[in-house]
Design a protein around this ligand. Structure first.
Ligand code: ADP
Length: 496
């Protein structure tokens, strides 16, 4: 690519600050900004959801006709920019498909019945946008199932002529969500059953958008080296392991960076007191603020354990708080700790946490999505618990390290790649890891951290300072993505 500026289109269903349900949204934006700094002509395409205000966007003159089924649907195009950058963001607008409350589903997380249609529209819309702008990306980089059909469209009729040199990269942010739909939705895609089927099994009667992307993208990446290995196993592969093993030479794990402009304890505008690894008194003051916020006694000697999470099985909540068998009740009754949880998710889990909160004076639960509270929890807690069943990369453990809030994590995915185990002899490490996901092992590992807090305070201090100096930079990740794009372009050329 020497001499020419690499052109890359990111297509995503979410990107901060416009639409967010999880880490994917942070990652797409941070990656785009870092790639721009690395000199790439990088642009982003996403749907115009009703939560996105058009006041600050420019409506472009292009009136698009996007093929959907055998007909065409109209689309308008808006343009904005990612904050702190000049990265153009194109918003694909179609009121019938996107102007409703929610990205994937309604307020109760029930998926919209026409999601196959909504996201096929985005996938096919990407080609119409490039054509209208007369802009030919070298790579289209797609993310998770909502954009999983683009690699196949690139190989089919859409690529005839205009985008025939464009390679595709698919990043798996979470293989647990695959975009499976009934076979009759095939019609809306105008693709073949053999290409979209959920599995090679004769019984199969669903289409699977992620699997299609995994089969047809020129290159696959996922968001940590450990997760790249794990998803090739039956335990973690969500039925895609065979396919991924066949493509293991074309699957790379690239650890996400974090946005140190938004998550920096030295100048974080969302927390009352600032601190660094050399001057930690601000952290003590933030802890006091957090304790008061939660209605706890503002006692510096009691460790505060924080969690910020979607309240779903993936994050270990079954083992943590299943009625009758979860470990949270015993942690809060047996150990001298204060526990704060911020999250939204499955109704059973929200109900159980509310019930536990009413019985446990040292447990505070916030059932909301609140970025300010998230920052206060990161800054003011002593420990941060993530007992995930699987964790492709995870962001909160990296934020926690930066804020000197020692992570207590299951050894899986990106958690295994970013947290170093505490050594009781030397005091080395940056957190506490455990292997089996059972209520007992969560109880034991939290007990171990609490033991160290009360009995090895010098180790806790050393770990805190070490943790705060670890860096997971987007510059490094962007460099690895550039190498992946080169590889994808090579593969694409050699296939043609
Ligand atoms: P996932 O993408 O699986 O949900 P990650 O740890 O990768 O998990 O990213 C979660 C992101 O969402 C983090 O930025 C986290 O701070 C944020 N988050 C999750 N739940 C909440 C909440 N209830 N309030 C504020 N932020 C939240």
């Amino acid at each position: 690519m020497a001499g020419t500026r690499l052109k890359v289109l990111l297509v995503s269903s979410e990107a901060v600050p416009f639409a967010k349900t999880g880490g994917l949204s942070d990652v797409v934006t941070a990656l785009a900004v870092s790639l721009e700094k690395a000199g790439v002509d990088i642009r982003l395409l996403m749907p115009l959801y009703s939560s996105i205000q058009t006041g600050e966007l420019a409506e472009l003159p292009h009136k698009l006709a996007v093929p959907l089924g055998v007909l065409q649907e109209p689309a308008r195009l808006y343009q904005g920019v990612l904050p702190t950058s000049s990265v153009p963001v194109y918003f694909l607008a179609n009121d019938a498909l996107y102007r409703r409350g929610g990205i994937y589903g309604d307020r109760n997380n029930i998926p919209f019945a026409d999601n196959a249609r909504r996201f096929t529209f985005l996938n096919r819309g990407a080609f119409e946008v490039c054509r209208a702008l007369k802009w030919r990306p070298d790579v289209i980089h797609v993310h998770d199932w909502p954009t999983g059909l683009i690699p196949l469209y690139l190989r089919r009729q859409e690529s005839a002529g205009f985008l025939e040199r464009t390679a595709s990269v698919l990043t798996i942010h979470n293989i647990g969500y695959q975009g499976t739909f009934p076979k009759q939705d095939l019609f809306v895609t105008q693709l073949a059953w053999e290409e979209l089927r959920d599995s090679d099994d004769e019984e199969s009667s669903s289409i699977n958008l992620l699997r299609t992307g995994l089969r047809f993208a020129d290159l696959l990446t996922t968001v940590s080296p450990t997760y790249a290995r794990e998803i090739q196993t039956t335990e973690y592969g969500s039925r895609m392991e065979g396919l991924l093993r066949e493509r293991s030479d074309e699957l790379t794990g690239i650890l996400n960076g974090i946005d140190y402009d938004s998550w920096n304890p030295e100048n974080d505008p969302l927390v009352p007191h600032h601190f660094s690894h050399e001057e930690l008194s601000g952290k003590e003051l933030d802890k006091r603020e957090l304790q008061l916020h939660c209605g706890f006694a503002p006692d510096p000697s009691v460790p505060v354990i924080g969690m910020i999470s979607r309240l779903v099985d993936q994050k270990g909540f079954v083992e943590l708080c299943s009625p009758g068998s979860g470990s949270l009740y015993h942690i809060c009754t047996d150990m001298a700790v204060q526990f704060v949880i911020l999250g939204t998710g499955e109704p059973w889990c929200e109900e159980e946490l509310s019930a536990l909160q009413s019985r446990l004076p040292n447990l505070r639960v916030y059932l909301e999505f609140n970025n300010k509270t998230a920052h206060l929890i990161e800054a003011g807690s002593d420990f941060f618990l993530m007992p995930s069943r699987y964790e492709p990369c995870g962001l909160n453990q990296m934020y926690s390290l930066r804020y000197g809030t020692l992570p207590i994590v299951r050894r899986t995915g990106g958690l295994a790649d970013t947290v170093e185990q505490y050594d009781e002899g030397s005091g080395d490490g940056t957190g506490f890891l455990f292997d089996d996901l059972t209520p007992r092992s969560i109880y034991d590992v939290v007990g171990w951290a609490v033991w160290a807090w009360y009995n090895r305070r010098e180790h806790i201090q050393g770990m805190r300072s070490r943790a705060m100096q670890r860096r997971f930079s987007w510059e490094k990740a962007a460099g690895e993505y550039l190498a992946a794009y080169d590889k994808a372009i090579d593969r694409h050329r050699s296939r043609r």
